[in-house]
Design a protein around this ligand. Structure first.
Ligand SMILES: Cc1cc2nc3c(=O)[nH]c(=O)nc-3n(C[C@H](O)[C@H](O)[C@H](O)COP(=O)(O)OP(=O)(O)OC[C@H]3O[C@@H](n4cnc5c(N)ncnc54)[C@H](O)[C@@H]3O)c2cc1C
Length: 319
């Protein structure tokens, strides 16, 4: 009986390994595998994964320049073939969702996407996943296992100290494909790793124009944070890249301190930041939904409040 984790990023792999270890007893699972798949130079350090919860790391080298879903799907399916798989955990990233859905289809098993909680007992698995645009949580029980689940970052806390030791190299032949990577261009500048930020300043549509983002930049600089945003600022207005987008369909963050600047607090946004430590909202509408999710609500015009806040923080730091 096996639980397996596939993740492109080591940080995410460690979180899911902690999750697999926590779920293993309830699923009557024995071994936890990490599927270390990717081109040369992109695979992770097995020692770190063995300590984070893997009993065995299966190394699959792919002759690719970068991620390509068909070959990764082949590799995951080949790596779990023949083992008595109970559960495959995959990060709820763009690539992860793509691989998970295809693997579930190939294995003819159920797949839960955006799984925010997993509970295992007596060999069965129950999950909570966001539905109806994030306005509700659905609880599902898998009628049979194995199952595949994509899990957003932050659901499990990574742990160390496990003493896994086994490493195996596996050769996977992938079928000839209809598409090939013919070039790779660097992503536009401005990428940000909000998942790791201790403080996040989220900009919303309360800002009137792109240049006004400098207010949020100034607040972020004053408090040592990173700027994020709501979906409209990234998806519709293109003021910030996708890596800044927080929420159900964006990134899930849980910094120690979260500022919502001109953010109305729709459920789809809140789904991505509700686990933050202290939440401060600045909004001119005292009835906006964001205020029901905040520790401190500042009612007023962000164009007055943010500069005053920055000045006060800067002055306090100078004392
Ligand atoms: C399937 C689906 C998935 C989605 N996923 C996401 C997601 O991942 N992330 C996400 O963010 N959204 C998501 N959305 C969109 C979401 O429903 C909201 O539309 C969006 O979050 C609203 O963004 P906003 O708060 O910036 O804008 P608005 O809702 O327009 O709010 C702007 C706020 O600014 C305030 N304001 C205006 N001027 C000022 C001022 N001068 N000073 C102070 N306050 C001011 C207003 O009172 C208002 O509350 C999704 C929607 C769907 C249907």
């Amino acid at each position: 009986m096996v639980l397996a984790v596939f993740a492109e990023e080591e940080k995410w792999g460690k979180e899911l390994l902690a999750g697999a270890r926590a779920l293993a007893p309830g699923l009557k699972g024995g071994k936890v595998l990490f599927l270390n798949i990717g081109p040369d130079g992109a695979r992770k350090d097995p020692a770190a994964l063995l300590s984070a919860g893997a009993d065995e790391v299966i190394d699959v080298a792919l002759p690719l320049k970068a991620f390509k879903v068909e070959e990764y799907t082949d590799a995951v399916v080949a790596a779990v073939a023949g083992c008595d798989l109970k559960l495959l955990l995959v990060p709820a990233t763009k690539n992860g969702r793509d691989v998970a859905a295809r693997v579930a289809q190939r294995l003819q098993v159920g797949c839960s996407t955006d799984t925010v909680a997993l509970r295992a007992s007596h060999g069965s698995l129950e999950v909570d996943r966001a539905v109806l645009g994030g306005s509700a949580l659905a609880t599902l029980r898998f009628a049979k296992l194995p199952a595949v689940a994509t899990v957003p970052s932050g659901v499990f806390e990574p742990k160390g100290g496990h003493q896994g030791t086994a490493k195996r190299t596996m050769e996977v032949t992938t079928d000839a494909r209809n598409a090939a990577i013919i070039g790779i261009a660097p992503q536009a500048a401005g990428g940000v790793r909000l998942e790791d930020a201790k403080v996040v300043v989220a900009a919303g549509r309360g800002l009137k124009k792109k240049e006004d983002l400098k207010l949020c930049d100034a607040l972020a600089a004053a408090v040592g944070g990173e700027v994020g945003c709501t979906r409209p600022l990234s998806a519709d207005l293109k003021w910030l890249s996708e890596s800044h987008w927080i929420g159900l369909s964006g990134k899930r963050v849980r910094p120690k301190l979260y500022f919502a600047v001109g953010v109305s607090g729709q459920i789809q946004h809140v789904a991505g930041m509700r686990d933050s430590g202290t939440i401060v909202a600045i909004n001119k509408d005292p009835d906006c939904p964001m205020f029901s999710n905040t520790d401190y609500g500042l009612v007023g015009d962000l164009y007055e409040i943010v500069p005053a806040l920055v000045a006060a923080i800067t002055a306090a730091k100078g004392r």
